[in-house]
Write a protein of this length. Structure first.
Length: 144
């Protein structure tokens, strides 16, 4: 019985299929206000919980609001909330956004606050103050 149950649990994990997650799962993180000599100011440094650390390096799918922060520099962020209530505007926290690094396919044009689903490899950033805490590498939009 135990072997059968383990097989049911491990097959999806080992199959390489993307793991569908939601924003609630990314909230397993705390932030410590620490001084950064590099910018001569205090900055929030993340400490990721176990459930988030288990997602590191995994291919995930998540839906959210597209924020084209600087399209000329190809800087896009996926947000749990629309722009008017996103992290940059005072609502939510740093855990409510994901920086997108587009894969080889690139991406189309996005409208601000366009609700999309994306897939990519999740990376956790604890040290680079110029990047988001969550980064989705080889990101691609999923058309449904």
């Amino acid at each position: 019985m135990h072997k059968w149950l383990m097989t049911l649990i491990l097959i999806p994990l080992l199959s390489g299929r993307p793991q569908k997650i939601d924003w609630q799962q990314l909230r397993d993180v705390t932030f410590t206000d620490r001084y950064s000599r590099e910018i001569n100011a205090y900055y929030y440094f993340p400490r990721f919980g176990e459930s988030v650390r288990q997602l590191e390096g995994k291919t995930i799918e998540i839906s959210g609001f597209m924020l084209p922060i600087d399209p000329e520099e190809d800087f896009y962020v996926l947000s749990e909330n629309p722009f008017s209530s996103c992290f940059f505007c005072g609502s939510g926290g740093p855990e409510s956004i994901i920086e997108l690094e587009w894969g080889e396919k690139g991406h189309g044009r996005f409208k601000n606050d366009e609700y999309v689903k994306v897939r990519g490899v999740l990376r956790l950033n604890q040290n680079d103050i110029y990047r988001c805490s969550y980064i989705l590498e080889n990101a691609e939009q999923i058309m449904e």
